[in-house]
Design a protein around this ligand. Structure first.
Ligand SMILES: [Zn+2]
Length: 225
């Protein structure tokens, strides 16, 4: 296994704490505290916070420093609206562009999703299931759309983590396997309908998230990790 860098390890720990709602939207992420907790320099923490900000998981404020992003319900709806437009339109192209090699890749990804679903690591599970959607854009081979999808998937993963009902996962290997079956049958309209149905279903399982106003103790959250 490839050794992950200290920055990547810290990125993953913070991302996981956010996805598991141990760190709530709007919570302040103080560089000094994080540097002490993770035993690294402030420079490294700053780098991690900037990466998290690029993925829209963290918001950087000029005066307040870094905070966990607070996607609104409106933003959640807009992200899913954009996903329906792009992924719905892309579905036909996916069917046309998929060859044997691409099909193998998609099926191999299902195995990764099954492993992630068994891991009980919700952040990893969300990343893997969202990667399936980016993979479809990669098959079409339009790099502009791949970039759009990557950003959209990072935002969608955070929104799903924040707004989802506990113990409900609809973006799963099971649904994705059904999408692959339609691709294999070369059913363009079938894939368009199934993709839109899939995205509607994910959105329908999201609920309004009530923000809790309570102080956050960074040291307690990361103790024992
Ligand atoms: Zn999905």
């Amino acid at each position: 296994m490839v050794q992950e860098s200290p920055e990547t390890a810290i990125y993953n720990k913070i991302h996981r704490a956010i996805a598991e709602r141990r760190l709530l939207p709007g919570s302040r992420l103080i560089e000094d505290q994080l540097a002490e907790v993770f035993g690294v320099s402030r420079m490294r923490i700053r780098w991690v916070l900037q990466s998290l900000a690029r993925d829209k998981v963290v918001t950087l404020h000029r005066n307040r420093g870094a905070c966990v992003a607070e996607p609104t319900v409106k933003e959640a709806k807009e992200v899913f609206g954009a996903r329906r437009l792009i992924e719905g339109a892309l579905a036909r192209e996916v069917v046309r562009a998929t060859d044997d090699k691409a099909l193998k890749k998609l099926k191999a990804h299902i195995k990764k999703e099954i492993t992630a679903e068994k891991s009980h690591d919700r952040a990893m599970e969300l990343r893997t299931s969202h990667d399936f959607h980016t993979l479809l854009a990669e098959i079409v081979g339009n790099s502009v759309l791949v970039d759009y999808l990557r950003e959209l998937m990072a935002r969608s993963a955070l929104i799903t983590a924040i707004f989802e009902r506990p113990d409900v996962s609809v973006c799963s290997h099971f649904t994705h396997s059904r999408l692959i079956e339609l691709i294999e049958k070369r059913d363009e309209q079938g894939l368009v309908d199934a993709m839109l149905g899939h995205l509607n279903e994910i959105e329908s399982y999201l609920t309004l998230y009530e923000k809790e106003e309570r102080p956050v103790d960074i040291k307690t959250i990361f103790s024992g990790l």
